[in-house]
Design a protein around this ligand. Structure first.
Ligand code: MG
Length: 168
């Protein structure tokens, strides 16, 4: 029998790296001289995850729900955006089976923060640590990411239908 209870989604995001902003990736504050520029806290990793979940459910993208013209989302922590998306996913009767995030950053070195980022992500998505992958790569000096002008992130999620969908 074909199992139709799984859906896959992909998301990606990029933000400029500038002085005078805190760096937040996967909801984890990371010590660095620069941070990501955006309307919210510009956490490109969580934005990619949110877009991947919305994509899996064919619900559009985060710009549709959290427009950067809306003052409500100014400087808001992206974890709140993701929590709203996770609620939408629950309303659709789905939960995350696993997520795989890749962050492309020339600097700072993210290896010391990978475990803490996975823990944050697992907590936000209500999954176990072994269901939440975060990887970090440089861009080999190429393009804007390689010149430390931006940080980019991609995310793939697999969703599975809940055995007992949440009743609204
Ligand atoms: Mg973004």
């Amino acid at each position: 029998m074909i199992d139709r209870h799984y859906r896959i989604g992909y998301g990606e995001d990029i933000h400029r790296l500038v002085e005078g902003r805190p760096l937040v990736l996967c909801a984890l504050p990371i010590p660095y001289s620069k941070g990501l520029l955006g309307h919210s806290d510009a956490d490109c990793a969580l934005h990619a995850v949110a877009d991947a979940i919305l994509g899996a459910l064919a619900l559009g993208d985060i710009g549709r729900y959290f427009p950067d013209t809306d003052p409500r989302w100014a400087n808001v922590a992206s974890r709140y955006l993701l929590e709203d998306v996770v609620d939408m996913m629950g309303d659709q009767g789905y939960q995350v089976e696993n997520v795989d995030v890749t962050i492309f950053a020339e600097e700072p070195k993210l290896a010391p923060y990978i475990l803490a980022m996975r823990q944050k992500l697992a907590s936000l998505l209500h999954i176990e640590l072994d269901q939440a992958s975060v990887k970090a790569k440089t861009n080999e000096g190429l393009d804007a990411v390689g010149q430390s002008l931006a940080i980019r992130s991609t995310a793939i999620v697999l969703l599975k239908s809940q055995s007992s969908p949440k009743v609204r």
